[in-house]
Unconditional design. Structure first.
Length: 115
C-alpha cells in the first residue's frame, strides 16, 4: 500500500503560520496529483488545495492568497504553507493521492488556531 505521512500540525495563534509536510515512502510522489484536505469537528472533509504532476495548483476560495502548495521532489514531499491562519482553519489536515478520487490517505495532522 502506498503510504503517506503528514506532519507539522500544531497549536498556533490567529495570524500565525505553519508548514505542513506530506512525505511518501516506497514510491515517488511526483508521479501523482496530491491534495491537501481538512476536516473540522462535526464537518465533512473538504479539499483545501491540490497540485498536479505538472505543478499546476488550485485552492479552495477560503484559503486563496493565504495557503501555498508546493513540491520538493528531492525530498519526495509535498508541502502546504499556511499563513494568516484563522480559527476557522482548525481541523485535521490530510494529504491524499489525487485531487478528486483519492486512492490513498495519510493519517492526518492536527492544526488548531486559537488564542
Amino acid at each position: 500500500q502506498l503510504q503517506l505521512v503528514e506532519s507539522g500540525g500544531a497549536l498556533v495563534q490567529p495570524g500565525g503560520s505553519l508548514r505542513l509536510s506530506c512525505a511518501a515512502s516506497r514510491f515517488t510522489l511526483n508521479s501523482f496529483y496530491v491534495g491537501w484536505f481538512r476536516q473540522a469537528p462535526g464537518k465533512e472533509r473538504e479539499r483545501v488545495s491540490c497540485i498536479t504532476r505538472g505543478d499546476g495548483t488550485n485552492y479552495a476560495d477560503s484559503v486563496k492568497g493565504r495557503f501555498t502548495i508546493s513540491r520538493d521532489n528531492a525530498k519526495n514531499t509535498v508541502y502546504l504553507q499556511m499563513n494568516s491562519l484563522k480559527p476557522e482553519d482548525t481541523g485535521t489536515y490530510y494529504c491524499g493521492l489525487g485531487c478528486n478520487n483519492i486512492s490513498s490517505w495519510g493519517k492526518g495532522t492536527l492544526v488548531t488556531v486559537s488564542e
